[in-house]
Design a protein around this ligand. Structure first.
Ligand code: CU
Ligand code: CU
Length: 481
């Protein structure tokens, strides 16, 4: 098109469009390997889009015909349409809406720029009525409309095929990274490749092995106000992740911060707690906390949609031992999948110094028959049997024990060779009784305190023997002081 070549304004438009096409192609290429790991179809989809955009970018400079403009328009329109459809509504074959991640939005902004540039070029060159007849216009056998349709069909077809194939694969394996994740803490930080793209960026550094988890308390990010008010800010992100719950048994969990149970939140009575929650999953979730707080901080009626956020902001009271968990219907499923954790409110003066640990009793139902096949404390069967918890003779041990087992009405804790002081719900500082076994209903909690008199190895386990045999057993290794 010699006429267009002489027109510097049009040339600049083509140059700009070409740069935009290359930018979008580059982002698609950069994302292709990560998507390839999710599924070959996803990878090919991204590589295909990149290829079409590169062809368009090159053509804009060396063969700037309307056919290529229309091809580019079709490809970009298809790409934007697929993006919009998967974000606004859930396609019938998908598990839910895709999230609006920043990189995706940036790419679409670039593509929108490209779309506008191409539309301008088509219109501007078309209005040059006196310009020499373009090849596209001169060739009725293959019009620019056909080129547009070809590009659009190719873009939509490629995207649709990729998504259907990809969904089938993901739907079967369950969403989430393919790493066992939970057991080796070294692996936990290296994860990548989740279907939503959110988990990739939000793979939480808190993911930890049960021995670390046992004594890990999240006190939040602390700020102090002018009147001495302590504010603690916590971050919880819900997202799907596969966790290894027993040797070779991987459970497609829904997690808070990549862990089942979720992190143990801790504050002192009277502290202001701000729990910043982000839902990085494809299902709505909430955080329902036990304890005293306003109705809109209760995590029941304010359902947080996929990619939504909510801040639970309240004063921690009373002191005691609590749990938090998702309260989206059906609650059984949302708890069974792993969305729960422990929440400790210390009395203003604290409790006597002790070797403190958290034990969350739970069950796992990997075959989804609404009966637990495995029982654990803190997420992995028999972990503390294989890795005994080391304590010393005479040392005060304090266990924050919670029961988040679904399907079974009760769970229990039995200590060998010793008796413990029992503080039910931890809401009083005077003890409730001295015993060696405590039974807790679903959601119930108790603080246990004890000292060992003699060195040696002592079992602790559910006194529901079926649970003990299915993984809920551990050992204290008591050394001489
Ligand atoms: Cu939920
Ligand atoms: Cu509850």
């Amino acid at each position: 098109m010699p006429g267009a070549e002489r027109n510097t304004a049009l040339y600049r438009w083509r140059l700009a469009a070409s740069v935009l096409a290359f930018t979008s192609a580059f982002i698609h290429l950069a994302l292709a390997p990560a998507h390839w790991k999710e599924s070959a179809a996803f990878g090919l989809l991204f590589a295909g889009a990149a290829g079409a955009l590169i062809a368009c970018g090159v053509a804009l400079i060396i063969v700037p015909t309307r056919r290529w403009y229309m091809f580019g328009l079709g490809t970009v329109a298809g790409s934007i349409a697929v993006y919009a459809v998967t974000r606004v509504v859930a396609p019938p074959f998908a598990q839910g809406r895709e999230p609006l991640e920043p990189l995706g939005l940036l790419t679409k902004a670039v593509e929108l720029g490209l779309l506008i540039s191409l539309a301008y070029l088509v219109r501007a060159e078309g209005s040059q009525a006196t310009a020499p007849v373009t090849p596209a216009a001169a060739d009725p056998a293959f019009t620019r409309r056909q080129f547009f349709r070809t590009g659009l069909t190719a873009g939509l077809g490629l995207a649709g095929a990729g998504m259907i194939l990809g969904r089938q694969r993901l739907g079967h394996a369950g969403p989430g990274p393919q790493l066992p994740g939970y057991r080796p803490s070294a692996l936990a930080g290296l994860s990548h490749g989740h279907a939503t793209g959110v988990a990739v960026a939000r793979q939480h550094p808190d993911a930890m092995d049960p021995m670390t988890f046992l004594r890990h308390f999240d006190y939040g990010k602390v700020t102090r106000g002018v009147r001495g008010q302590t504010t603690r800010e916590y971050r919880l992100v819900a997202y799907p992740k596969e966790v290894e719950v027993a040797q070779g048994v991987v459970f497609p969990a829904w997690t808070f911060n990549g862990m089942v149970p979720g992190p143990t939140l801790r504050a002192t009575e009277g502290d202001r707690m701000r729990i910043v929650f982000h839902n990085g999953d494809k299902h709505p979730h909430t955080i329902h906390l036990h304890g005293i707080h306003p109705a809109n901080m209760d995590g029941v009626f304010e359902q947080i949609p996929p990619n939504g956020s909510y801040t639970y902001d309240f004063i921690a009271e009373p002191f005691g031992l609590f749990v938090y968990h998702c309260h989206t219907m059906p609650v059984t499923k949302h708890i069974m999948k792993g969305l729960y954790g422990t929440f400790i409110v210390d009395p203003p003066g604290g409790r006597p110094p002790a070797r403190e640990m958290v034990m969350v009793m739970n069950g796992f139902d990997p075959d989804f028959d609404e009966e637990n096949e495995f029982y654990t404390v803190n997420g992995i069967t028999n972990y503390y049997l294989e890795h005994p918890i080391k304590i010393k003779v005479g040392e005060l041990v304090r266990i924050y024990l919670t029961n988040m087992t679904e399907f079974d009405f009760i769970n229990s804790f039995h200590l060998h060779g010793n008796m413990f002081k029992l503080y039910r719900t931890g809401t009083r500082l005077d003890l409730y009784e001295i015993t060696d076994t405590v039974i807790l209903g679903q959601g119930e909690r108790a603080i246990l305190e004890f000292r060992y008199k003699y060195p040696g190895n002592y079992l602790f386990h559910a006194h529901v023997n079926e649970f003990a045999e299915r993984g809920w057993t551990g050992t204290f290794e008591v050394a001489r002081a």
